[in-house]
Design a protein around this ligand. Structure first.
Ligand code: S3P
Length: 425
């Protein structure tokens, strides 16, 4: 994919549905009694992997133009899958579904693509094993493929060493099949979509500070879920709108849950002109975001904000390279275990563009404002890397040639056409 410089970006974008919320709507709908209707569902490859796993376990899921219907069978209604559950590239599918599978009365095996087979699964195996679960890494390397022999579980209080919504959600979901109240404490609060949505389905999940607790054996009931636009997808247009001269973009109906809105806070710290319109605070909060070209300067990104923008750090690194002054990203070692090692891959790509970037153990130091140019970039099949460099390509001279650019299908299949829809015709 070759990307060229754009001169001004104007118009409206309705970014696709939130990936985290789309996954959860299918999972919890499958475990609910009755039908769950999901609108603005993200039809990206990751969420389609979740659908295919639940179909394999006997759940009838129908896809229509604008909605997905999940005909749930209750907490104990899944049946043993024939063959392996294919999670594709999706860490969320792998880790959340493992919590559910640990409490079933059947054996299952999970596997996915080359990237998923390198991602750490000990972080969910350990708490699940402490609940009495039988979960093994088939190659004994702490990664997928995983084999899970389900049976009833013990309630635990788990102190998670990482702020990870996938770990927290995995343990809470297993807690539905436990013999008492299960709770998880994390070092910093991570995204809380599981807690919000499980309560909406009728479970009893309480949250206090960084601890979430769930009562066992909830009766979940089918619900209507309207998935907000994904702030992680909106991030690319925030950056493009802020940095392209003469731009004004309206991003419609974007989720602004405070556990996800770190990108808005960092953009403002960098000097961004952002206005929230039509703010709604019911359930998952949403807003339209008006973005206008701004002069950006460097900042420090670290500490408690990191989980609230973890997926936006590749885009923030690119923004920092175009901003004046130095940006320090720290406390973000988790970047190394995402779909790619995002510290290494972003450093390599930005240096190819002429940027001054130093990788650190837990982030990057970027001295912005150097003249940047197009380059050949290997996305390493990481959707967020591909989209971040595509935005970079609309901002600099020369051609940006992104290898493996089609991986945007994971979370934003229409990304390139949306990006070009805003440019001068
Ligand atoms: C997600 C949680 C985050 C995030 C991922 C989606 C989720 O991962 O990076 O894209 O839906 O719970 P971690 O829990 O590993 O931080």
């Amino acid at each position: 994919m070759e990307i060229r410089k754009q001169t001004s970006l104007r118009g409206e974008i309705a970014v696709p549905g939130d990936k985290s919320i789309s996954h959860r709507a299918v999972m919890f709908g499958s475990l609910a009694e009755g039908t769950t209707k999901i609108t603005h569902f993200l039809k990206g490859a990751d969420c389609l992997s979740t659908i295919s796993c639940f179909r394999k376990m006997g759940i009838d899921i129908t896809e229509q133009e604008d909605e997905i219907l999940v005909h749930g069978k209750g907490l104990h209604g899944l049946c043993a899958p024939e063959g392996i559950l294919d999670v594709g590239n999706s860490g969320t599918t792998t880790r959340l579904i493992s919590g559910i599978l640990a409490g079933q009365n059947f054996v299952s095996e999970l596997n996915g693509d080359a990237s998923i087979q390198t991602r750490p699964m000990k972080r969910i195996m350990m708490p699940l094993q402490s609940m009495g679960a039988d979960i093994v890494s088939i190659r004994d390397n702490g990664c997928a493929p995983l084999k899970i022999s389900g049976h009833p579980l013990h309630a635990v209080h788990y102190n998670s060493p990482v702020a990870s919504a996938q770990v927290k959600s995995c343990v809470l979901l297993a807690g539905m099949y436990a013999d008492g109240v299960t709770s998880v404490t994390e070092p910093v609060l991570s995204r809380n979509h599981t807690e919000i949505m499980l309560n909406h389905f009728g479970a009893n999940v309480s949250s206090q500070g960084t601890t979430a607790s769930i009562e066992p054996e909830p009766v979940l009931e089918g619900r209507e879920i309207r998935v907000p636009g994904d702030i992680s997808s909106a991030a690319y247009f925030l950056a493009a709108g802020l940095l392209t001269p003469g731009s004004e973009i309206l991003l419609k109906n974007v989720g602004i849950n405070p556990t996800r809105d770190g990108i808005l806070r960092v953009c403002r710290d960098m000097g961004a002109d952002l206005t929230l319109l039509n703010v709604s605070r019911e359930g998952e909060p949403t807003a339209d975001i008006l973005v206008r070209t701004s002069r950006l300067h460097g900042t420090t990104v670290g500490g408690e904000i990191i989980p609230a923008l973890i997926d936006e750090l590749p885009m923030i690194a690119v923004m920092a390279a175009f901003a004046e002054g130095t940006t320090v990203i720290r406390d973000a070692a988790e970047l190394k275990v995402k779909e790619s090692d995002r510290i290494a891959v972003m450093t390599e790509g930005l240096r190819r563009m002429g940027a001054d970037v130093q990788p650190t153990d837990d982030g990057m130091i970027i001295h912005g404002g150097k003249p940047l140019h197009g380059a050949v970039i290997d996305s390493c099949l990481d959707h967020r890397v591909a989209m971040s460099f595509a935005v970079a390509g609309t901002l600099c001279e020369g051609i940006m040639d992104i290898r493996g650019a089609e991986c945007v299908n994971i979370s934003y299949p229409a990304f390139y056409s949306d990006l070009y829809s805003l440019g001068e015709k």
